[in-house]
Design a protein around this ligand. Structure first.
Ligand code: NAP
Ligand code: GLV
Ligand code: GLV
Length: 325
């Protein structure tokens, strides 16, 4: 008899095919996020759960099926899973790092260029029939070339974003808990305190994971340190930035603009955000290419299969959970 898996939402087909080579698969038939009660009901009788960043996986869900053997999260970020509770239950949690790094960095850089050159606003201007000819003072933005980019969290995606910035002749600063000597050598990036990064950068791009430590790490005080000509880019997780404070600062012109892919209470947006022209607002699409979503899904499938077959998965968030000694 095959082991059983529940998949909380439809994923690229090659991964579903792979899953079904090993598992008896049940899947959410609707293209929507399941409620907590639905996940609890569906996890019963399963050996594995393949879940998404939109699923909050807590102890109650883990306890709904005592024989659950793996939580495979289809995302690199795993702030949606109570990892401590999983580890306490010897339940391995896996994620999908690496395969989405370049794609996510492409989108972070898309936001940098878009906010600086007012791309969304200019596109709307044209579509609205307002383009009556080239104008010397029309839709002037800011240069990206030659400016300073501050990367908050120089991990995989932060580094890939920094590499793109190098190609645009940007100066690089970064803040992280540990120094990254290889990145400094490769990119000429300088490690500075977060406050100094905020004061000196023309663009600040956030790439830390969401944790208790990083929640509101960019708050009113930090936004207040930024130059009035600077832009904030967040493609990491919404709650890292105090969105209410950001709206206040954008409205007052305390900073020049923001490019956001993630929101504090997504899919809800902070009131006032959509009325601001100096923002580019994307619906959490940093990894959203056919190629990358397929790779993420395959990785999530292989992670679950590895655990079920008694192997160590490629990307295990809580190695303590597999400590079989
Ligand atoms: P990663 O390689 O783990 O990089 C995160 C970096 O943040 C690490 O280098 C870490 O370095 C640093 N960091 C961690 N905690 C910190 C703190 N408290 N203060 C300062 N720096 C800290 O992860 P990644 O693959 O680049 O992904 C980063 C995040 O991007 C994910 O967790 C996810 O939430 C988000 N993401 C979003 C999308 C999207 O669709 N919008 C797509 C992919 C990823 P130190 O340990 O040295 O500090
Ligand atoms: C996307 O947001 C991810 O964490 O993979
Ligand atoms: C602009 O189109 C220019 O030729 O400078």
């Amino acid at each position: 008899m095959k082991p059983k898996i529940y998949v909380t939402r439809r994923l690229p087909q090659p991964a579903l095919d792979r899953i079904q080579e090993v598992f008896e698969m049940a899947i959410n038939p609707d293209d929507r996020v399941l409620t907590k009660a639905e996940i609890v009901a569906n996890v019963r009788g399963q050996d594995a759960l393949l879940c998404l960043l939109t699923d909050t996986i807590d102890a109650e869900i883990m306890d709904a099926e005592k024989n659950l053997r793996v939580l495979s999260n289809y995302a690199v970020g795993y702030n949606n899973v109570d990892v401590e509770a999983a580890t306490a239950r010897k339940l391995p949690v896996t994620n999908t790092p690496g395969v989405l790094t370049e794609t996510s960095a492409d989108l972070a850089f898309t936001l940098i260029l878009s906010v600086a050159r007012r791309v969304a606003e200019a596109d709307k201007f044209t579509r609205d029939g307002k383009f009556h000819g080239w104008g010397p003072m029309m839709l002037l933005g800011h240069d990206v070339y030659g400016k300073t980019l501050g990367i908050v969290g120089l991990g995989r995606i932060g580094l890939a974003t920094a590499r793109r910035a190098r190609g645009f002749g940007m100066n690089l600063l970064y803040a992280s808990r540990t120094p990254k000597p290889e990145a400094e050598a490769e990119l000429g990036a300088s490690r500075v305190e977060l406050d100094d990064l905020l004061t000196a950068s023309d663009f600040v791009s956030v790439h830390v994971p969401l944790s208790d430590e990083t929640t509101h790490v960019i708050g009113a005080r930090e936004i207040g340190l930024m130059k009035p000509t600077a832009f904030l880019i967040n493609t990491a997780r919404g709650p890292i930035v105090d969105e209410a404070a950001l709206v206040v600062a954008l409205r007052a012109g305390d900073i020049a603009g923001a490019g956001l892919d993630v929101y504090e209470s997504e899919p809800a947006l902070e009131p006032g955000l959509v009325e601001l022209e100096n923002t580019v607002l994307l619906p959490h699409v940093a990894s959203a290419t056919i190629e990358t979503r397929t790779k993420m899904a395959m990785l999530a499938a292989e992670n679950a299969i590895a655990v079920i077959e008694g192997r160590t998965p490629a990307h295990l968030v809580n190695p303590e959970a597999l400590d079989r000694a």
